[in-house]
Design a protein around this ligand. Structure first.
Ligand code: TXA
Ligand code: MG
Length: 353
């Protein structure tokens, strides 16, 4: 299958031209096809969420396990009422504060949503994305777009159209290129299908930001343990994920000791003839003496780290490194989501110094 990459940024185009392109993408979705598109978090791979055959195509294109449910993207509150059985008051408050934006909420589903979209579950995950292209495509595609991140299953989520093409070129008919995303890490998922709301996936919106709006909030205990018998509640959180091709090892501890350890490990890897990559920060990159050193951003603004996280893993893939050593980050605020993704990408390999 030929994959067309369509530019939807406003350089040298007027809004009418962009609108035409998005309408064409919407027609592909309405006919049951797949379109990758930018959101403010990561690129998504969209299909008509109410069409079981279309949802099946998403699983096929990504190589995704069929028990891993999809997020349904909407562009209005009326759409939410059509697919969610019961929307608690607290969820409405969150929607008012954070939608459109990087928040996904889970509700009991109505009949209208096929089990193919929810991975066989009686609940549905819903998000109103904050990116204008994502909202426009949702409308043009019929109002309900099922969209996981637009990567092959297990690979780092895409934050540019080029990343999407690396994984899905030849497997889908269209990629809308809206340039690099603003956030770089997926939405925060809050489950409202049971009595007490629960965070199932940390994301750009922090626990504190959500608790400030709704008060009571729990975090899935399955996220915080490595005990394989305690499974995370979001099926997608149980798989090794976001993984680069090379092995990834995190080093955690006091700053200077971490740098010493990484230097030592990278030197040894070099001596063994293995190509090593190092993930440092703007503050520390100058202190590494071995291997290929890259900065993931500045500790003074951790949003920069979130934005570059998946891209840096893909860059090391292109450089064919055998092993990547990375600094660790504090788990306060957005750091919680950053460390969640890094730990998963590393298959939980972490060295404490
Ligand atoms: O920011 C995002 O959320 C991006 C953009 C494209 O919107 N989407 C995204 O989708 O990250 P995906 O499929 O990569 O991750 C969805 C996560 C998975 O871990 C899945 O298991 C969980 O949401 N999920 C979806 N529906 C669920 C449900 N009904 N119950 C529990 N977990 C659910
Ligand atoms: Mg994903």
């Amino acid at each position: 299958m030929e994959t067309v990459i369509v530019n939807v940024t406003d350089d040298n185009q007027d809004s009418e031209q962009i609108r035409e392109k998005i309408l064409a993408a919407g027609r592909i979705i309405k006919q049951g096809g797949l379109v990758a598109f930018p959101t403010e978090t990561v690129y998504g791979l969209g299909a008509d969420a109410l069409n079981p055959q279309a949802s099946r195509r998403i699983y096929e294109a990504k190589g995704r396990p069929s028990d891993n449910p999809l997020i349904v993207h909407i562009s209005s509150m009326e759409a939410l009422e059509k697919i969610a059985e019961r929307v608690p008051e607290q969820a409405r408050k969150l929607a008012e504060k954070f939608w459109p934006g990087p928040l996904t909420m889970i509700f009991e589903k109505k009949e209208l949503v096929p089990l193919e979209t929810t991975g066989g579950l009686e609940t549905v995950a819903v998000r109103m994305p904050g990116h204008p292209t994502a909202l426009a495509l949702t409308e043009a595609g019929g109002g309900f777009i099922a969209a996981p991140s637009a990567n092959l299953s297990g690979r780092p989520s895409p934050t540019t159209a080029k990343h999407v093409a690396q994984d899905l070129k030849g497997r889908i008919p269209m990629i809308l290129d809206g340039g690099p995303v603003g956030i770089g890490i997926e939405s925060t998922i809050v489950d409202f299908s049971e009595e007490i709301p629960m965070i199932l996936r940390p994301g750009y919106l922090t626990e504190e930001m959500i608790r400030n709006v709704i008060g009571t909030l729990r975090t899935d205990p399955g996220l915080k343990t490595e005990n394989p018998r305690v499974r995370p509640r979001a099926p997608g959180m149980k798989y090794r994920h976001y993984a680069p091709k090379g092995e990834l090892i995190l080093v955690s501890g006091a700053g200077e000791k971490v740098r010493e350890k990484i230097n030592e490990l990278a030197r040894k890897a070099g001596e063994e003839g293995r190509a090593a990559g190092i993930i440092g920060t703007d503050e520390t990159r100058g202190e590494y003496r071995y291997g290929l050193v890259k900065s993931i951003g500045t500790r003074a603004d951790e949003d920069t780290i979130a934005r570059r996280l998946y891209g840096i893993l893909r860059e090391f893939d292109e450089l064919d490194v055998d092993i990547i050593y990375s600094e660790s980050f504090s788990t306060a605020g957005i750091g919680q989501a950053i460390m969640n993704r890094l730990l998963k990408a590393a298959g939980h390999q972490i060295i404490e110094v």
